[in-house]
Design a protein around this ligand. Sequence first.
Ligand code: FAD
Length: 466
Amino acid sequence: MSRTEAAPDQALGDLTERLLAGLPAEAVLTDTDVTASYAHDMASFCPAGTPAVVVLPRTVEEVQHVMRTATALRVPVVPQGARTGLSGGANASDGCIVLSLTKMDRILEINPVDRIAVVEPGVVNATLSRAVGEHGLYYPPDPSSWEMCTIGGNIGTASGGLCCVKYGVTAEYVLGLDVVLADGRLMSTGRRTAKGVAGYDLTRLFVGSEGSLGIVVRAVLALRPKPPQQLVLAAEFASAAAACDAVCRIMAGGHVPSLLELMDRTTVAAVNAMAKMGLPETTEALLLAAFDTPDPAADLAAVGALCEAAGATQVVPADDAAESELLLQARRLSLTALEAVRGVTMIDDVCVPRSRLGDLIEGVERIADRHRLTIGVVAHAGDGNTHPTVCFDAADPDESRRARESFDEIMALGLELGGTITGEHGVGVLKKEWMAREIGPVGIEMQRGIKRVFDPLDLLNPGKLF
Ligand SMILES: Cc1cc2nc3c(=O)[nH]c(=O)nc-3n(C[C@H](O)[C@H](O)[C@H](O)COP(=O)(O)OP(=O)(O)OC[C@H]3O[C@@H](n4cnc5c(N)ncnc54)[C@H](O)[C@@H]3O)c2cc1C
């Protein structure tokens, strides 16, 4: 009989006792009100179980002790960062150990010569960005949740962000990892050198593995020289199609903006309602473009002309860095603001080839009309990565059903247009069925095989991805 099948109180007592043999008392939480607060991330419609215990280790050895205990007692482990995830990837399963890495939050090294930072997984993204900035360096991946989310979670989900159109996503910045495996062994992958091709790229395999292969306890991250302060331009359009046309013109014209974001009318109104930002509510689509080049004003002028050629009704370059930052704040508030529209949101994450962006947004409008729903669209437009956000009242069963259906229809549309069901938020539990559709039975079989090599007892974040 496994521990989870034993009498619940006895099993929990054994588990707690074994954990306390290698962890300080304050690192092991069993109060059910407290443990329940660690049950889920920020995604809607994702089932979450009841954790048996929450552990908050501070050292690699403590993480190893947790994994050895979990393997000995056959208890599942759910790794967590800040739980800002939007796919249920950090949701607890019944009787699991929630392994929160938030206390492992030290920046161990910032090295301007090697252009790397070495960090623990619980470091908050914005904290790292600010710290490396003091050395004239830059860590580009910048999810809108950057003030909350952790590097461990960013690696778990392979997260993107606003500046990825120029600088790429998390995967491009993770050079090496220390990972605690399911049985407690410590494995180092990758490198801290500028180049290195020794063996299979296990580092890359872990990026986006959603806690299903091992626990990241240390990461070597690539840094770049800090670019000049970016300047932002806001362009208003009478239709989302015209804004998408402008995106195509900008990218086809060889421009390399440091940010190219789109907010539709619903999103603009939601942000104004929440934060009184004074964004133009007459616009159907607001496009934000930025450049961090030596002469951003010249680049913005060129892009502004392309926006006008695509039919922009107004093009307003920000006067200075402060005004630029205000526009970015408005963009970063979008998802939170849309939540206030009907109380709850389901945030899609469909990424299509840029050339199909207009088709996707048009299709989303049709889906919203058919289901009589408000769906705000906010997009990392330069990457073709959209977040159609279904706003609904969770207390209304019919509206909830329509929300779920429209959410699925948007993913189907994304696949039809040659895209993917997730550009950056991951699969978690929310999109398991859709991942199978996207990668097919052979792909799923191979992925399961990889999972078995690392986690033969299926203890690491079970029930996610597949
Ligand atoms: C308002 C808002 C805006 C957002 N904007 C963006 C955006 O622009 N771009 C974007 O990509 N995402 C965005 N997100 C989603 C989310 O912030 C990211 O997915 C983020 O990377 C999650 O980090 P976290 O620390 O909260 O991780 P969690 O949600 O706690 O965990 C995420 C996944 O990583 C795994 N994990 C966490 N730590 C470890 C570890 N140490 N070892 C192994 N596995 C681990 C978990 O098991 C889980 O599967 C947004 C979310 C919100 C709420």
